[in-house]
Design a protein around this ligand. Sequence first.
Ligand SMILES: *[C@@H]1O[C@H](CO)[C@@H](O)[C@H](O)[C@H]1NC(C)=O
Ligand SMILES: *[C@@H]1O[C@H](CO)[C@@H](O)[C@H](O)[C@H]1NC(C)=O
Ligand SMILES: *[C@@H]1O[C@H](CO)[C@@H](O)[C@H](O)[C@H]1NC(C)=O
Ligand SMILES: *[C@@H]1O[C@H](CO)[C@@H](O)[C@H](O)[C@H]1NC(C)=O
Length: 455
Amino acid sequence: MKNFAIAALAAASGVLATPTPTEELVARASSSSLTAITVKGNAFFQGENRFYIRGVDYQPGGSSDLADPIADEAGCTRDIAEFKKLGINTVRVYTVDNTASHDACMAALSAAGIYLVLDVNTPLYSLNRATPAPSYNAVYLQNIFATIDAFANYTNTLAFFSGNEVINDDTTTSAAPYVKAVTRDMRQYIGSRGYRQVPVGYSAADVDSNRLEMAEYMNCGSDDERSDFFAFNDYSWCDPSSFQLSGWDQKVKNFTGYGLPLFLSEYGCNTNTRKFEEVAALYNTEMTSVYSGGLVYEYSQESSNYGLVTISGSSVTERPDFSALQSAFKATANPTGDGGFNSTGGASGCPVKSANWNVSSDALPAIPSAAAAYMKKGAGSGPGLSGKGSQNSGGTSTGTATAGSGSVSAVATGSSSSGTSSKSAAPLTVQPLNKAPMIIGFIVVGFSFLGATLL
Ligand SMILES: *[C@@H]1O[C@H](CO)[C@@H](O)[C@H](O)[C@H]1NC(C)=O
Ligand SMILES: *[C@@H]1O[C@H](CO)[C@@H](O)[C@H](O)[C@H]1NC(C)=O
Ligand SMILES: *[C@@H]1O[C@H](CO)[C@@H](O)[C@H](O)[C@H]1NC(C)=O
Ligand SMILES: *[C@@H]1O[C@H](CO)[C@@H](O)[C@H](O)[C@H]1NC(C)=O
């Protein structure tokens, strides 16, 4: 619902931000002492204990004033003090600069007991929902793999979102195979580079007509094509409401038996004064057998008027919604025990084509060949928040994937899945990459990016 279409015209030429041939990946600090989150059945776990996401969406400046909030030590220090007052354990960040250092903020978040759920896309490097095929290409994948390189080593990286609201109505469901292919490729990259199995999943828009189909689709087929979790944005509980009035009871019913962890990637309807009464339901056993918590939209006040705080330079002013959420969290403990999770998990059936679901084949596009090479070589440096963009840069998929083609066939040596804090381990050697200059010029239309600005 709160996705928006950006119409941008960019003409650019020159070389792409390709990896430097002789480059070595500098070992990044595994600064976190937080226990990495794992998936069991349809739930997240922190060691032996069920883990519920109690979080907020965090992107000060939104899409109009784009900045990486966890590359800004002063900013994250300012905000982590507020996160602690709220009592949250997770933030979601919609875009980062994969050339920046995140060590300081990731360590500070970790010290505060806070995990990160990270969207890997940027406005310039993302799928185009209107014409997904050309935008699913090696230049795009290189960027998101470089973002994985920048974050996979932190033990408080909880999960990666492969996409955000790419599908926002019934007609754009034809982009779903590309979203699923990207998810597959990210999981294969994580495995091939020897990283910890950071969970990868998709964040769906608040669209009733295809929510269940999308969830099933992301969890159907061979194991290499299935996500690690599913999330959706949900603004249907508008205070004053209830579990029944909001329809959340029906969603629990509909998702009962779904084999993956499920959580709300955005919630907090602001039609009326927000009391965050939905918090009491979300962390109650009436929901925890199916849901694993969620993220409130959003920390900072932007033009869409969902902020918990107003930021002005180095100072933060709490808005009324801040104390409402703080009280709701304080009054709501997690269920004792395992919250009734389903330890079995498992695949869904693929949804059939219908008026709401325009996907006729369960087959996915094959990974573009130039991107497949990154599994062995590593992605190298990313373009950060600038770069030439990827949506029409060529290097697209040329065939249909065979089931199992996204499995991990070889694991790079020199990388580590240990998550220790050693900085002295041998760096990962990146072999030379083809560095063919490419001329690009493109028109970017209607891609989904931040969940911001418009309802
Ligand atoms: C991740 O951490 C390990 C262990 O500290 C280190 O060997 C490896 O080079 C790091 N990888 C990256 C990409 O930072
Ligand atoms: C369904 O998707 C195909 C492309 O895969 C497209 O050609 C067709 O127009 C779409 N149909 C509808 C009803 O949107
Ligand atoms: C639950 O599923 C039914 C059948 O697919 C659907 O009609 C209904 O809209 C769903 N309810 C919610 C709240 O998602
Ligand atoms: C647990 O998950 C499995 C696999 O998705 C499903 O078949 C089963 O019905 C679920 N059990 C419950 C109680 O939801």
